[in-house]
Design a protein around this ligand. Sequence first.
Ligand code: G6P
Ligand code: MG
Length: 224
Amino acid sequence: MQKMTANETDFFGFGDSSIKGAIFDLDGVLVDTAKYHYLAWKRLAGELGFDFTEADNERLKGVSRARSLEILLEVGGVSLAENEKEKAASRKNDWYVEYLLAMDDSALLSGAADYLARLRKGGIRVALGSASKNAPLILERLNIAGFFDAVIDGNAVSKAKPDPEVFLKGAEALGLSPELCVVFEDALAGVEAAKRGGMKVIGVGKPELLPGADRYVSSLRDLC
Ligand code: G6P
Ligand code: MG
Protein backbone atom coordinates (compact mmCIF):
# COMPACT_ATOMS: atom_id res chain seq x y z
CA MET A 1 0.00 0.00 0.00
CA GLN A 2 1.21 3.46 -0.88
CA LYS A 3 2.83 5.36 1.99
CA MET A 4 1.29 8.78 2.31
CA THR A 5 3.54 11.77 2.77
CA ALA A 6 2.97 13.42 6.11
CA ASN A 7 3.22 17.04 5.07
CA GLU A 8 2.51 19.47 7.91
CA THR A 9 -1.02 20.48 6.91
CA ASP A 10 -2.16 17.52 4.82
CA PHE A 11 -3.34 15.37 7.71
CA PHE A 12 -5.41 13.01 5.60
CA GLY A 13 -3.54 12.59 2.34
CA PHE A 14 -6.29 14.23 0.29
CA GLY A 15 -4.12 17.21 -0.60
CA ASP A 16 -6.96 19.34 0.69
CA SER A 17 -6.83 21.42 3.85
CA SER A 18 -10.59 22.09 4.09
CA ILE A 19 -11.17 19.10 6.38
CA LYS A 20 -11.44 20.24 10.00
CA GLY A 21 -12.79 17.18 11.78
CA ALA A 22 -11.88 13.50 12.07
CA ILE A 23 -14.36 10.88 13.31
CA PHE A 24 -12.94 7.51 14.29
CA ASP A 25 -14.56 4.14 14.51
CA LEU A 26 -13.06 2.31 17.51
CA ASP A 27 -12.88 -1.48 17.12
CA GLY A 28 -10.51 -2.34 14.26
CA VAL A 29 -9.40 1.27 13.67
CA LEU A 30 -7.91 2.36 16.99
CA VAL A 31 -7.96 -0.86 19.00
CA ASP A 32 -7.55 -4.53 18.31
CA THR A 33 -10.67 -5.75 20.10
CA ALA A 34 -12.08 -7.97 17.33
CA LYS A 35 -10.19 -10.93 18.81
CA TYR A 36 -11.91 -10.46 22.18
CA HIS A 37 -15.34 -10.12 20.57
CA TYR A 38 -14.56 -13.33 18.68
CA LEU A 39 -13.50 -15.29 21.75
CA ALA A 40 -16.60 -14.23 23.66
CA TRP A 41 -19.00 -14.99 20.78
CA LYS A 42 -17.28 -18.35 20.22
CA ARG A 43 -17.77 -19.24 23.87
CA LEU A 44 -21.46 -18.41 23.59
CA ALA A 45 -21.75 -20.51 20.43
CA GLY A 46 -20.03 -23.37 22.27
CA GLU A 47 -22.60 -23.15 25.06
CA LEU A 48 -25.37 -23.22 22.49
CA GLY A 49 -23.80 -26.31 20.90
CA PHE A 50 -22.18 -25.14 17.67
CA ASP A 51 -18.87 -23.89 16.35
CA PHE A 52 -18.25 -20.27 15.35
CA THR A 53 -15.29 -19.66 13.07
CA GLU A 54 -13.13 -16.59 12.47
CA ALA A 55 -14.65 -16.36 9.00
CA ASP A 56 -18.12 -16.20 10.58
CA ASN A 57 -16.79 -13.51 12.91
CA GLU A 58 -15.96 -11.25 9.93
CA ARG A 59 -19.71 -10.75 9.53
CA LEU A 60 -19.90 -9.14 12.98
CA LYS A 61 -17.46 -6.30 12.36
CA GLY A 62 -19.13 -2.93 12.79
CA VAL A 63 -22.42 -4.62 13.60
CA SER A 64 -24.34 -3.85 16.82
CA ARG A 65 -24.38 -6.36 19.68
CA ALA A 66 -28.04 -7.30 19.15
CA ARG A 67 -27.58 -7.78 15.40
CA SER A 68 -24.36 -9.75 16.03
CA LEU A 69 -26.33 -12.18 18.16
CA GLU A 70 -28.91 -12.60 15.38
CA ILE A 71 -26.12 -13.45 12.91
CA LEU A 72 -24.52 -15.89 15.37
CA LEU A 73 -27.84 -17.68 15.92
CA GLU A 74 -28.37 -17.82 12.16
CA VAL A 75 -24.93 -19.44 11.74
CA GLY A 76 -25.79 -22.07 14.36
CA GLY A 77 -29.36 -22.56 13.13
CA VAL A 78 -30.57 -21.86 16.67
CA SER A 79 -33.60 -19.81 17.67
CA LEU A 80 -34.10 -18.21 21.08
CA ALA A 81 -36.99 -16.40 22.74
CA GLU A 82 -36.53 -12.62 23.18
CA ASN A 83 -35.71 -12.86 26.90
CA GLU A 84 -33.18 -15.63 26.22
CA LYS A 85 -31.56 -13.45 23.57
CA GLU A 86 -31.12 -10.65 26.08
CA LYS A 87 -29.53 -13.03 28.57
CA ALA A 88 -27.23 -14.52 25.92
CA ALA A 89 -26.05 -11.08 24.70
CA SER A 90 -25.44 -10.02 28.26
CA ARG A 91 -23.43 -13.20 29.05
CA LYS A 92 -21.32 -12.61 25.96
CA ASN A 93 -20.73 -9.02 27.05
CA ASP A 94 -19.66 -10.09 30.55
CA TRP A 95 -16.96 -12.32 29.02
CA TYR A 96 -15.94 -9.58 26.59
CA VAL A 97 -15.61 -7.06 29.44
CA GLU A 98 -13.37 -9.52 31.32
CA TYR A 99 -10.98 -9.36 28.35
CA LEU A 100 -11.22 -5.56 28.23
CA LEU A 101 -10.32 -5.30 31.89
CA ALA A 102 -7.19 -7.38 31.30
CA MET A 103 -6.18 -5.42 28.16
CA ASP A 104 -3.28 -2.94 28.13
CA ASP A 105 -1.73 -0.42 25.72
CA SER A 106 -0.55 -3.24 23.45
CA ALA A 107 -4.15 -3.48 22.20
CA LEU A 108 -3.80 -0.07 20.53
CA LEU A 109 -3.40 -0.49 16.78
CA SER A 110 -0.25 0.74 15.07
CA GLY A 111 0.00 4.53 14.85
CA ALA A 112 -3.32 5.16 16.66
CA ALA A 113 -2.03 7.23 19.58
CA ASP A 114 0.61 9.05 17.50
CA TYR A 115 -1.88 10.00 14.82
CA LEU A 116 -4.50 11.21 17.32
CA ALA A 117 -1.77 13.35 18.91
CA ARG A 118 -0.75 14.71 15.50
CA LEU A 119 -4.33 15.73 14.67
CA ARG A 120 -4.84 17.42 18.04
CA LYS A 121 -1.61 19.32 17.68
CA GLY A 122 -2.67 20.46 14.21
CA GLY A 123 -6.01 21.84 15.47
CA ILE A 124 -8.18 19.12 13.90
CA ARG A 125 -11.29 18.36 15.96
CA VAL A 126 -11.58 14.71 16.88
CA ALA A 127 -14.64 12.56 17.65
CA LEU A 128 -15.34 8.90 18.26
CA GLY A 129 -18.16 7.31 16.23
CA SER A 130 -18.55 3.74 17.44
CA ALA A 131 -21.37 1.21 17.76
CA SER A 132 -19.84 -0.09 20.98
CA LYS A 133 -21.53 0.44 24.32
CA ASN A 134 -18.18 -0.43 25.89
CA ALA A 135 -16.40 2.51 24.24
CA PRO A 136 -15.95 4.58 27.44
CA LEU A 137 -14.32 1.62 29.20
CA ILE A 138 -11.99 0.95 26.24
CA LEU A 139 -10.93 4.61 25.96
CA GLU A 140 -10.23 4.70 29.66
CA ARG A 141 -8.29 1.38 29.70
CA LEU A 142 -6.06 2.58 26.86
CA ASN A 143 -5.59 6.12 28.16
CA ILE A 144 -6.83 7.74 24.96
CA ALA A 145 -10.04 9.43 26.22
CA GLY A 146 -8.24 12.79 26.38
CA PHE A 147 -7.75 12.89 22.60
CA PHE A 148 -11.47 13.23 21.89
CA ASP A 149 -13.53 16.42 21.72
CA ALA A 150 -16.67 14.28 21.51
CA VAL A 151 -17.58 10.63 22.05
CA ILE A 152 -20.61 9.21 20.25
CA ASP A 153 -21.00 5.51 20.99
CA GLY A 154 -23.57 2.74 21.11
CA ASN A 155 -25.17 4.36 24.15
CA ALA A 156 -25.87 7.57 22.21
CA VAL A 157 -27.47 6.26 19.03
CA SER A 158 -30.69 4.48 18.17
CA LYS A 159 -29.84 3.47 14.60
CA ALA A 160 -26.96 1.14 13.77
CA LYS A 161 -24.48 1.64 10.91
CA PRO A 162 -25.00 1.73 7.89
CA ASP A 163 -27.39 4.41 9.13
CA PRO A 164 -25.30 7.62 9.32
CA GLU A 165 -26.69 8.69 12.73
CA VAL A 166 -23.50 8.00 14.72
CA PHE A 167 -21.33 10.05 12.35
CA LEU A 168 -23.85 12.88 11.91
CA LYS A 169 -24.03 13.20 15.69
CA GLY A 170 -20.23 13.18 15.79
CA ALA A 171 -19.98 16.04 13.27
CA GLU A 172 -22.66 17.97 15.10
CA ALA A 173 -20.87 17.52 18.43
CA LEU A 174 -17.72 18.90 16.80
CA GLY A 175 -19.70 21.89 15.49
CA LEU A 176 -18.82 20.98 11.88
CA SER A 177 -20.87 20.22 8.80
CA PRO A 178 -20.44 16.65 7.49
CA GLU A 179 -18.46 17.67 4.38
CA LEU A 180 -15.77 19.15 6.63
CA CYS A 181 -15.27 15.78 8.33
CA VAL A 182 -13.47 12.57 7.43
CA VAL A 183 -14.43 9.20 8.90
CA PHE A 184 -11.98 6.35 9.58
CA GLU A 185 -13.57 2.92 9.23
CA ASP A 186 -12.61 -0.76 8.97
CA ALA A 187 -16.11 -2.12 8.31
CA LEU A 188 -18.32 -2.02 5.23
CA ALA A 189 -21.37 -0.87 7.19
CA GLY A 190 -19.30 2.02 8.55
CA VAL A 191 -18.01 3.08 5.13
CA GLU A 192 -21.58 3.11 3.86
CA ALA A 193 -22.78 5.09 6.91
CA ALA A 194 -20.13 7.76 6.38
CA LYS A 195 -20.90 8.11 2.67
CA ARG A 196 -24.63 8.36 3.43
CA GLY A 197 -23.78 11.08 5.95
CA GLY A 198 -21.97 13.09 3.26
CA MET A 199 -18.46 12.60 4.68
CA LYS A 200 -15.17 11.54 3.18
CA VAL A 201 -14.02 8.08 4.32
CA ILE A 202 -10.60 6.60 4.81
CA GLY A 203 -10.78 2.82 4.83
CA VAL A 204 -8.44 1.13 7.29
CA GLY A 205 -7.71 -2.20 5.66
CA LYS A 206 -7.54 -3.80 2.26
CA PRO A 207 -9.38 -1.95 -0.55
CA GLU A 208 -10.75 -5.20 -1.97
CA LEU A 209 -12.41 -6.04 1.37
CA LEU A 210 -13.70 -2.51 1.95
CA PRO A 211 -15.03 -1.04 -1.27
CA GLY A 212 -16.45 2.48 -1.37
CA ALA A 213 -13.91 4.47 0.68
CA ASP A 214 -12.21 7.56 -0.77
CA ARG A 215 -8.79 6.23 0.09
CA TYR A 216 -7.12 3.51 2.14
CA VAL A 217 -4.42 3.01 4.72
CA SER A 218 -3.18 -0.28 6.10
CA SER A 219 -2.97 1.35 9.53
CA LEU A 220 -2.98 4.86 10.97
CA ARG A 221 0.83 4.59 11.03
CA ASP A 222 0.68 5.43 7.28
CA LEU A 223 -0.59 8.91 8.19
CA CYS A 224 1.74 9.70 11.10
C1 G6P B 1 -18.23 -2.46 17.07
C2 G6P B 1 -17.65 -3.82 16.71
C3 G6P B 1 -18.72 -4.87 16.68
C4 G6P B 1 -19.52 -4.86 17.98
C5 G6P B 1 -20.13 -3.48 18.21
C6 G6P B 1 -20.91 -3.38 19.52
O1 G6P B 1 -18.93 -1.97 15.97
O2 G6P B 1 -17.00 -3.78 15.45
O3 G6P B 1 -18.12 -6.13 16.49
O4 G6P B 1 -20.54 -5.82 17.96
O5 G6P B 1 -19.09 -2.52 18.21
O6 G6P B 1 -19.99 -3.50 20.58
P1 G6P B 1 -20.36 -3.71 22.09
O7 G6P B 1 -19.07 -3.45 22.82
O8 G6P B 1 -21.43 -2.69 22.45
O9 G6P B 1 -20.88 -5.08 22.25
MG1 MG C 1 -14.72 -1.21 13.38
